[in-house]
Ligand binder design. Structure first.
Ligand SMILES: Cc1ncc(COP(=O)(O)O)c(C=O)c1O
Length: 389
């Protein structure tokens, strides 16, 4: 009997080793891992460059309090700021903390300019922002909030893609719109560029902050450093996590100078967030992702993967409904419930994971090789051929 709580429905496989795109199980099997900790291991398992960075820092200093200067964090923040819209960064440990902090920043900004009643947040119904009490209420999903009452006030919701209904929800008390630039858990759904551009315009017009959650789709997964770059817009606040740590827990909130001015000493904090060990890993991840041509390669390889998946879809029009997503955040949507298909892929040594709307989420590491994509395609084709719903 396991002493672990039963809050996860775990698959019956454990692993002894991971190398790049592959995982080796305790019973001697080799799996192509296109889950990668749900978009966390952005550079694959046991990436030698990251191993070196973490080993090096582990012999110096792991953790000091944020009461002191942390040069590794200064460096990571300044590199993120230089590359993005942001001028200030707060480090955290996870995606939920990062989205929670983003919500705090938005509320605090309006408080700091004498508008404390402008504190409501509008989100997409059935989206995903993490599992803290505020984040589940931001999701607008009954499945996540049920049994965790009372409802946290101050969140309202609109349907994915429906700008008209969003506009109707806006009041003088609206502080921010918080959405995932590209939905992950919610079914691997990317917003159109025009939707994002119009959303930015509405936020500007109504003096509302735009928070784009890039916890899952950010840090190169879309083929751009941030997915919103495709729409050529700039948000005000962006929570990140997952990919920035390459497997080490790091979260962060990126902010413009304007909103960051509200975060005075004492307004927010974290014991672990931004410690030297985490920051050294984050810097090592950026060393690779910022390399010339790296993101271009993510774009190239993901568009190859996408077009090959579409060919499979065309061969199985009654089985596969749609190929969705952005870059290497890929969704294969079935007409029927997907768990049996995921199990068949697993039996054929390809690991994938579910998302809402019958979607199978496929999340290779960003440095995946073409030969590994071809292997995944071969397995998907085989399962399609043999599959009986
Ligand atoms: C878009 C998005 N936001 C927030 C989170 C929460 O991140 P974490 O599980 O690290 O708390 C996730 C996790 O899947 C996510 O996909």
């Amino acid at each position: 009997m396991s002493a672990l709580a039963k809050n996860y429905k775990r698959r019956k496989i454990a692993f002894t080793k991971g190398v790049g795109s592959f995982l080796y199980s305790t019973n001697g099997k080799k799996y192509l891992d296109f889950v990668q900790g749900i978009a966390v291991n952005s550079l694959g398992h046991a990436n030698p460059y990251l191993v070196k960075a973490i080993n090096k820092q582990s012999k110096k200093v792991w953790h000091v309090s944020n009461a002191f200067l942390i040069p590794e964090g200064e460096r990571l923040a300044s590199r993120l700021a230089k590359r993005t819209f942001a001028s200030s960064i707060i480090f955290q440990n996870s995606g939920a903390e990062a989205t929670e902090t983003a919500i705090k920043v938005a509320k605090r900004y309006f408080y700091s300019i004498g508008k404390p009643k402008k504190n409501k947040i509008i989100c997409i119904k059935n989206s995903f922002h993490g599992r803290t009490i505020a984040a589940i209420n931001a999701s607008g999903s009954k499945k996540m909030t049920e049994g965790f009452g009372p409802k946290v006030p101050g969140f309202d919701h609109f349907e994915f893609g429906d700008l008209k209904s969003l506009k109707k929800k806006i009041t003088t008390n609206t502080a921010a719109v918080l959405i995932e630039t590209s939905l992950g858990e919610g079914g691997v759904k990317a917003h159109s560029k025009i939707f994002l551009k119009n959303l930015r315009k509405i936020c500007n017009k109504k003096n509302i902050l735009l928070i784009l959650d890039e916890v899952q789709c950010g840090i190169g997964r879309s083929g751009k450093f941030f997915a919103f770059e495709y729409a050529k817009i700039k948000p005000d606040i962006v929570p990140i996590a997952k990919g920035i740590g390459g497997g080490f827990p790091i979260g962060a909130v990126l902010m413009t100078k304007k909103v960051a001015s509200a975060m005075n000493p004492g307004t927010h904090g974290s014991t672990f967030g931004g410690n030297p060990l985490a920051m050294s890993v984050g810097n090592a991840v950026l060393d690779i992702i910022f390399k010339k041509g790296f993101l271009l390669n993510v774009q190239k390889i993901s568009s190859y993967f996408n077009s090959e998946l579409n060919k499979i879809k065309n061969n199985y029009p009654k089985l596969i409904k749609e190929i969705r997503g952005t870059g290497l955040l890929i969704g294969l949507q079935l007409f029927n419930e997907q768990s049996k298909f995921i199990k068949k892929l697993e039996d054929n040594k390809l690991l994938t994971i579910r998302a809402a709307e019958n979607v199978i989420r496929i999340l290779p590491p960003l440095n995946v090789k073409k030969s590994e994509i071809d292997l995944a395609l071969k397995i998907i084709k085989k399962v399609c051929k043999e599959y009986r719903a």
